[in-house]
Unconditional design. Sequence first.
Length: 414
Amino acid sequence: MKLRPRRTPRGERSRLSRRDLLSECAAGILQRPARSALTALGTVLGVGTFVTVLGLTATTSSQIDSRFNELTATQVTVEDTGGEQPEYLENAFPADADRRVEALKGVRKAGVYWPVRLAPEELVSAAPPGTGEEGERTEVVAASPGILDAAGPVLEEGRTFDAYHDRRGENVAVIGSGLAARLGISTLETAPAVFVGDHAFTVIGTIADVERKADLLLSVVVPRTTAERIWGGPDSGARAQMLISTDLGAARQIAEQAALALDPAHPEHFRAVPPPDPRSLRGSVTSDLDELFILLAGICLVIGAVGIANTTLVAVLERTGEIGLRRALGARGRHITLQFLAESGGLGALGGLVGTSLGTVTVVAMAYVRDWTPVIHPATVVAAPAIGLATGLLAGLYPAWRASRIQPAEALRR
């Protein structure tokens, strides 16, 4: 350390230039490189986690927005409220409800559905009643032909029913592939049937996946005219609904027009539910995960701060003689404080830079693997090294203060 005398009213005093301070800081860090690397590791993990969390959050948020725009933002649900006296109007949807709504500009597909109210003894099985095979309690859904098209099914085998089956009230059914596996139906080549109580339905299609209304995968879907013939129509306890798939950007407009298109004389019998705001959906999806990982990053930073503080304190104890010699040569207490603060801050800043680089690489690698577009806010990259520097400075406050309190005579006697 170069101590340059400076004349003041009190006499000659030493001063420590910035250049000398930086050189002493670098010498202190490089003197024990392995220890310095291990000390900075906690800050590297904390800052790296911080950058990774914020980067992945921004990246996945853009993907969530895109997904909501493509699916949720193109879906409208119309509920049958029955008006002011729903007990006198079991089903407000007209027979040609699908056609009326599909005539609106921006509508792709639309269909009406309701859950069938089964008796307690009406179970679903792949064998006729009386064969001894136990059935299972599975929901049966009465649906118009448009509902399966609106749900966006991915067929595993067969087909869905159409207007012909609905018009004639055919005993046909479409089921999910998972339900088919549970019932022991592995192929449709033998024209298998499912039995709902005493009623047999020929399975004409199995669905592997759907874009909307995933509960259809766990249900037996039958034509609504067939359901009305066997079990009757919907009732006040399970009213009918309509699912509408729309073009992108048309959902809210369709939600305003659907009730009037279904029944111009009594639009109050229906309530259209437009798609929710994607921003609120994104917030609800990511908020809990954000809090968890931010907490993890904070814990890593605390661990890093403790490591830096411990190492700096050990360095103070090991270098007591050196500190005493510097004080004897004219170094003031604040010079010693600045020296150790610079070392701890340098370790924190170095850990912050390495952590920022590792976090950025992690975000880019994850986005590449998932075929996403990586999104990292510039403020995150700028703030992360500063967080590492602040962590190092805070961790070095006590060791630096303790070093500045060492008296020259006492230190030189050790």
